[in-house]
Design a binder for this molecule. Structure first.
Ligand SMILES: Nc1ncnc2c1ncn2[C@@H]1O[C@H](COP(=O)(O)OP(=O)(O)OP(=O)(O)O)[C@@H](O)[C@H]1O
Ligand SMILES: [Mg+2]
Length: 452
């Protein structure tokens, strides 16, 4: 049967469609759809064939699992982000806005790896070798790294064929082009074909490949979202560029848990890992009394507990429709929490503007943060601060009940480790019931117990 092929792409995010659309359903951008020429088909067989020698189905039991040792990147937290180190032959995409620190991070890692493994190749298509050298000097990187200032991917792959690097960094995928593809560098087709060629090389030679992908909205460069399906792991810089620290989150990982984060501090010597992100996100406040509208939440990010501060501001609407703004908090969840507070806790928020955000720029999207968001809003509405040393977690149901959440013991223990004394949480199983010092079953009860 003939396979249907997508011929239109959103040039902002790479969303595919069989017909032209005025507005992209994935990223809401207008007029970004462009028709892509039919992809170049390799003669005889597709890239899947090149990934392994099997031309016929093989019994699962007969396939060697090829358990390979992971390579440590030299940054312990970055290894955790990848699920325990770099997997040989994996293809990792690092996306992020301009100036986020993509080149800095990968150059730092490549240089560290070059001290222990060789060869390690850094393809700098975006900057000259001299420019990259300048940055490397600032980062205190060693000289064993091989720099390759080239943008013709065919030439790069031909050279690498003899070199057989263990680690390859491509900065960035948007600057590369295959001469056989009639499209300019950075176009949707070129980006896709280049990524597929890199994937084939990585799998065949067991070379762990990192590639930088830009996220732009100007419409001319294909966003890395298009690449997400092709690669094994997708890492994104998130949060504010202006902040002194940068958060890298794993959005997809075939070799580890997704949603894992790694926090870095940016200074003139490059990126430094932050071992205890909770302390950073809580700021200097720690367990001291916080102002009204603030609630600390014990959240699970990836595989570890992280304490974050939810801040809310509530004020009477001065004109027109009440404003509802959520930064780093899911808007739909906040709307639901507001409705629950209105109906189940008797708070008349309909005439008030409500703003909620997560201090520090970490995105919190797990339902376990519901109770903390509700308490922060309630605290702002009443103008009363929560008792010092309070931490909360729990999912809110539409009838106002506080539901149990996973990993409560780990959340409570992280809170206690950082000196929090009152853990406001729903009842758990008998085994870990004593974790919470304040057990709550519904939102009205939680507000009464903490704000009086
Ligand atoms: N001397 C310095 N001291 C401190 N920070 C610096 C210094 N030089 C650069 N930076 C930081 O490094 C960031 C740029 O990092 P980098 O070039 O790795 O970003 P990038 O994500 O690769 O950007 P692009 O998309 O433009 O390639 C700047 O935003 C700045 O914060
Ligand atoms: Mg860069």
């Amino acid at each position: 049967m003939a396979k249907l092929r997508a011929v239109f792409f959103c040039s902002a995010c790479g969303h595919e469609s069989l017909r032209w659309l005025g507005r992209c359903p994935a990223c809401d951008a207008w007029n970004t759809f462009a028709e892509a020429p039919a992809p170049v088909k390799p003669k005889g067989h597709g890239p899947a064939r090149a990934l392994g020698p099997a031309a016929a189905p093989v019994r699962l039991g007969d396939v060697s699992s090829g358990r390979v040792a992971r390579i440590s990147s030299g940054l312990a937290e970055f290894d955790v982000l990848l699920g325990g180190g770099i997997v040989p032959g994996s293809l990792v995409l690092l996306g992020g806005p301009p100036g986020a620190g993509k080149s800095t991070l990968l150059l730092q890692i490549a240089a560290r790896l070059a001290e222990r493994t060789s060869p390690v190749v850094y393809v700098c298509g975006e900057e000259s070798a001299a420019q990259t050298k300048l940055r490397a000097e600032r980062l205190g990187a060693s000289g064993d790294l091989l720099l390759f200032a080239e943008t013709d991917l065919r030439a790069i792959l031909d050279a690498l064929e003899n070199l057989r690097p263990k680690i390859l960094v491509v900065d960035s995928i948007q600057t590369l082009a295959l001469p056989a593809v009639e499209s300019s560098a950075g176009s949707v087709v070129q980006v896709r074909e280049c990524a597929t060629a890199l994937m084939e090389f990585a799998k065949r030679t067991d070379c762990a490949t990192f590639m930088v992908g830009h996220v732009t909205k100007d419409g001319s460069i294909a966003g890395p979202r298009l690449l997400e399906h092709i690669v094994d792991t997708v890492l994104y810089f998130e949060g504010d560029n202006g902040a002194e620290y940068r958060i890298v989150r794993a959005h997809k990982n075939r070799f580890g848990s997704a949603d894992e984060i790694c926090v870095f501090l940016m200074d003139e010597r490059g990126l430094r890992e932050v071992k205890n992100p909770s302390q950073l996100f809580l700021g200097r406040g720690g367990t001291a009394t916080r102002p009204s509208g603030s609630c600390v939440v014990a959240s699970i990010v990836g595989s570890r507990p992280v304490l974050v501060e939810i801040q809310a501001l509530v004020g009477e609407t001065s004109y027109g429709t009440p404003q509802r703004l959520a930064a780093n908090v899911d808007r739909a969840r906040m709307a639901m929490i507001l409705a629950v507070l209105e109906r189940r806790a008797g708070m008349h928020l309909g005439t008030h503007d409500v703003y909620a955000s997560v201090a520090g720029g970490l995105r919190v999207n797990e339902p376990a943060a519901d109770l903390g968001i509700a308490l922060a809003i309630a605290s702002a509405f009443r103008g009363l601060a929560l008792p010092p040393g309070t931490v909360a977690f729990g999912e809110l149901g539409l009838s106002g009940e506080v539901r149990a959440v996973a990993q409560r013991a780990r959340r409570a223990s992280e809170a206690r480790k950082l000196g929090f004394t009152t853990v406001v949480a729903p009842p758990g199983s008998t085994r870990d019931r004593d974790d919470a010092s304040l057990t709550v079953t519904d939102v009205a009860g939680a507000i009464a117990a903490t704000l009086g």
